[in-house]
Design a protein around this ligand. Structure first.
Ligand SMILES: [Zn+2]
Length: 86
């Protein structure tokens, strides 16, 4: 936990933000996490684009299967998106 907040504004903060986006923090996270994530999105166009891609991806996957994406499939897709940040 220590240094977590500081990490948001380090050069690696996009990676942290992307991980949290993929984990659904914006929907289910703690309020301070959601706030920091929104702040990061405000100042960071690449992460806004990443967020949009995540949404499109999960919507498309739902449409294909007619059901929620399996956790394994979801993790795989998210990993692929996240790899751009690592
Ligand atoms: Zn970012």
């Amino acid at each position: 936990m220590e240094g977590m907040i500081g990490g948001w504004f380090s050069p690696r903060s996009c990676r942290e933000a992307a991980k949290r986006l993929a984990a659904g923090v914006l929907e289910d996270g703690l309020s301070w996490e959601r706030m920091l994530l929104r702040l990061h999105l405000l100042i960071c166009p690449p992460c806004r684009r990443f967020r949009r891609e995540l949404r499109v991806l999960s919507a498309a996957a739902r449409a294909w299967s007619g059901a929620l994406v399996s956790p394994a499939r979801r993790a795989e897709l998210e990993k692929r998106l996240l790899s751009r940040f690592t």
